[in-house]
Design a protein around this ligand. Structure first.
Ligand code: 13P
Length: 255
């Protein structure tokens, strides 16, 4: 079956444990058999290996929710890009706003993580950016997006076909139950693309980057996002924990 270039990434966060992750992976394996396009699940670290085994040869890819920037050494509690590759991961989420909020991750760390991941051509960073409500309300969103992209990606060498995904996740929409207006997402994605064009040139942006949206996407509101300019897919939290629901989201995006 022909592949579309759209991608759906399911971020299970810390919402389900090992047993539930396995059960969900089994359901998804059956459900997603005939779907075109790229579908990725990101379980917690403890579930990666078992979920990976369950999804082997299913066409569903594995991703992690975080990574450290060193390859090995005395870094208690951390996991390196190389280890993620060994565990079968093809994607890794970097700089999620929940980590920025609760673990004080800053853009210097996000930059180092992204750089480390890009040393592995078969591991794709999913770099999260997005403004908070106060920034949105006071019309600072465009600058915030520009600044976060600069801080995360400045000076990185993008070689060959190394893929990079930018996830636009307005913090105020995450977990709120209400996604932002599709036209607003389209505008933000345009700002992101123009900034990336300035930083890396249009050719590299077209070849190596995808821009996806995340924040309260579900099977009902996803339809409003389908076909928008500069929207290459979705990063889904809550709705990805229900196999039927995430299947409907994916079907709408990858039609
Ligand atoms: P929700 O879909 O639950 O709003 O979460 C979005 C998100 O943070 C994905 O990374």
């Amino acid at each position: 079956m022909a592949k579309t270039d759209k991608i759906i990434i399911a971020n299970w966060k810390m919402k389900i444990g090992i047993d539930e992750s396995l059960k969900l992976a089994k359901k998804l394996k059956t459900k997603f058999k005939s779907l075109k396009g790229e579908f990725v699940v990101c379980p917690n670290f403890l579930s990666l290996l078992e979920v990976g085994k369950t999804l082997k040869a299913s066409g569903i890819d594995l991703g992690a929710q975080d990574v450290f920037w060193e390859e090995n050494g005395a870094y208690t509690g951390e996991i390196s890009p190389e280890m993620l590759v060994e565990a079968g991961c093809k994607y890794v989420i970097i700089g999620h706003s929940e980590r920025r909020k609760f673990l004080m991750e800053n853009y210097e760390m996000i930059h180092k993580e992204t750089k480390a991941v890009m040393n592995h051509e078969d591991l794709t960073p999913v770099v999260c950016i997005g403004e908070n409500w106060d920034e949105r309300k006071t019309d600072r969103r465009d600058f915030v997006l520009f600044d976060q992209l600069q801080q995360a990606l400045s000076g990185l060498d993008i070689v060959g076909n190394q893929q990079i995904i930018i996830a636009y996740e307005p913090i105020w929409a995450i977990g709120s139950g209400t996604a932002i207006e599709p036209t607003e997402a389209e505008y933000a994605h345009k700002i992101i693309r123009l900034t990336l064009n300035d930083m890396f040139g249009m050719k590299i942006v077209n070849n190596n980057f995808k821009i996806i949206y995340g924040g309260s996407i579900n099977s009902k509101n996803v339809k409003g996002f389908v076909g928008l300019d500069n929207l290459d897919g979705m990063l889904v939290g809550g709705a990805s924990l229900d196999a039927d629901e995430i299947f409907k989201v994916a079907k709408a995006v990858m039609r």
